[in-house]
Unconditional design. Structure first.
Length: 293
């Protein structure tokens, strides 16, 4: 939804306290506020001080990149540039000239590309949404780069509301079944034949949530790659004479693009490392757990 125009917005623009929040700091980084940001969705009547059209860099122009491009206008974005893998080898597409026209970037490229692209974006003060999976062993190093640069990043294995609620349901189920040692747990995920990483990032997130919420026994994991399925994740608990199954099925991968675009709107002006749970306001409602790694 585009920000409302009118008297209130003009008053904000004339407010010197608002005006001093914009601009670029040392090293060309964008700084929009000096105080910590509240996590979770903005209030319905929140007003953006920036231009009503946000300039988006689409990184990775496969299925997801094209969907992000197609849906971007309805989320208030103008696509400033598109980079596929050939245009952005080792982050070479992230240039100073190109970044002058970019407010935020969305990356659905490849795991080995993210670790080159993110540092380049950090150098130019551009916030980023990462939907690519398979690079999480590099996350600690990427977090340090984000912290040092003072940018904001939303990184998630899955951007759909349903999956993020499914993570909560799975965590609660794991906590309930933990005392019952005659019940074993398993995870199965099904994706299209072109998906490279296995298990999927969402399956790994499900496993992590179960472990963090007290399920200490082995969780068997299996993956299937076939056809054109957007994604199905199943968590099961099997006992001596009964089975409980939780399943989430994605019918349209556009839900991931919509979630990524919502995250791109949300992360503008924020500093730090966030998940989709922060964007949806679910992090504040979660059961206490160990700090995310």
């Amino acid at each position: 939804m585009r920000p409302r125009r009118g008297g209130r917005r003009q008053a904000l623009l004339r407010d010197p306290d608002v005006q001093q929040r914009g601009g670029r700091g040392k090293g060309g980084r964008r700084h929009t506020q000096s105080h910590p940001y509240r996590r979770g969705p903005e209030p319905p009547d929140a007003v953006r001080v920036r231009s009503s059209v946000m300039r988006l860099l689409v990184i990775g122009y496969g299925r997801m990149g094209k969907l992000v491009d197609q849906l971007s206008e309805s989320y208030g974005f103008e696509v400033a540039a598109r980079l596929d893998l050939d245009d952005n080898h080792d982050g070479a597409g992230i240039t100073a000239d190109r970044m002058r026209d970019v407010d935020v970037a969305i990356d659905f490229s490849a795991a080995d590309a993210v670790v080159h692209t993110l540092p380049r974006l950090a150098e130019h003060g551009v916030n980023l949404v990462v939907g690519t999976t398979g690079w999480m062993t590099e996350e600690p190093a990427m977090r340090k780069i984000v912290e040092d640069a003072g940018i904001g990043v939303v990184a998630a294995a899955n951007f759909s509301l349903g999956v993020n609620l499914f993570l909560d349901l799975t965590a609660r189920a794991a906590r309930l079944f933990e005392p019952h040692e005659d019940f074993g747990a398993w995870i199965h995920e099904l994706h299209h034949a072109a998906k490279i990483d296995a298990p999927s990032g969402t399956a790994l997130a499900l496993q992590q949530e179960m472990t963090r919420h007290g399920y200490a026994r082995t969780i068997d994991m299996a993956s299937t790659r076939v056809g054109a399925a957007p994604g199905t994740h199943t968590v099961g608990f099997d006992g001596p004479s009964e089975t409980i199954v939780l399943t989430h099925t994605t019918r349209d991968r556009a839900t991931f693009a919509r979630g990524a675009l919502e995250a791109a709107r949300w992360v503008q002006g924020r500093h730090g490392w966030f998940s989709m749970r922060d964007v949806l306001g679910l992090a504040r409602e979660a059961t206490p757990r160990a700090e995310e790694q």
